[in-house]
Design a protein around this ligand. Structure first.
Ligand SMILES: C[S@@+](CC[C@H](N)C(=O)[O-])C[C@H]1O[C@@H](n2cnc3c(N)ncnc32)[C@H](O)[C@@H]1O
Length: 232
């Protein structure tokens, strides 16, 4: 089995319990939701790598029909336990690095949170997203910040202990996380037919002090870039 898939299978039952300590959930979700909320057209949305559906439920507040796609069946089992008020929310099993199982020009928005950092080459995914988005629709996703770490940061890595199923693999040298510089992301989006409209940053700030180990070495550092791109 794919090592990432395997890690989330191990983690599925405990993932939501960890949400209060998940930096991406704490910091990135509000930015992503703000970008989606502002969109005038959001009748149908897709969340790639939806996991246990924590963000899907929040997105369903703005969107009457939302589909979550993920390749970890145990994560999706947790997602399916969640309901949403009024919205049509459904979850499908699928690998987002393969063709997306949707028609052309189908969604008003696509969101991918805390998932592209598990994928080495996002270009084929971005091309598929472009296909399934309506013209004028938006893609919102987060990317790891690639600013080189200081020697102290490399020595005292930013970590939250309960990430174990992932950290265990990283510490064994297994490729679990990937990132790319912003200019590379921008140019592949433009090649695919997107216009980048916004790049927001989330930062390791005081709110995270009780949560992350080695906070003092990482305070003020950018955690993620949140990118909003429109299909033109
Ligand atoms: C850190 S979790 C994020 C879940 C959710 N987006 C959230 O914000 O809580 C990453 C998710 O991406 C999924 N994932 C990773 N690679 C994938 C792939 N190639 N296809 C589908 N899902 C994938 C994992 O199974 C996992 O549920």
């Amino acid at each position: 089995m794919d090592q990432v898939q395997d890690a989330y299978t191990e983690w599925a039952a405990g993932y939501d319990h960890f949400a209060k300590k998940n930096i991406g959930i704490i910091k990135n979700y509000p930015v992503i939701l703000g970008m989606i909320e502002k969109e005038p057209r959001k009748d149908r949305g897709l969340e790639l790598g939806c996991g246990t559906g924590l963000l899907t439920v929040k997105l369903s507040k703005y969107c009457p029909e939302i589909i979550g796609l993920d390749f970890s069946e145990p994560m999706l089992q947790e997602a399916r336990k969640k309901s949403s008020l009024g919205a049509k929310m459904s979850f499908q099993t699928g690998d987002i690095t393969k063709s997306l199982p949707f028609n052309n020009d189908f969604f008003d928005f696509v969101v991918a949170s805390l998932v592209f950092n598990h994928i080495e080459n996002i270009e084929p995914i971005v091309n598929e997203i472009q296909r399934v988005l309506k013209i004028g629709g938006i893609l919102v996703f987060d990317e790891a910040d690639m600013t080189p770490r200081t020697p102290e940061q490399l020595k005292h890595k930013l970590r939250v202990a309960e990430l174990d199923p992932l950290l265990k693999r990283r510490d064994e040298g297994i490729g679990i996380w990937f990132g790319r510089p912003l200019d590379k992301v921008k140019s592949l989006l433009e090649r695919a037919g997107f216009k980048v409209e916004d790049v927001a940053k989330t930062v390791v700030d005081k709110e995270l002090e009780p949560i992350v180990e080695n906070y003092q070495h990482h305070k003020g550092r950018v955690f993620s870039l949140i990118i909003k791109a429109r299909k033109i």
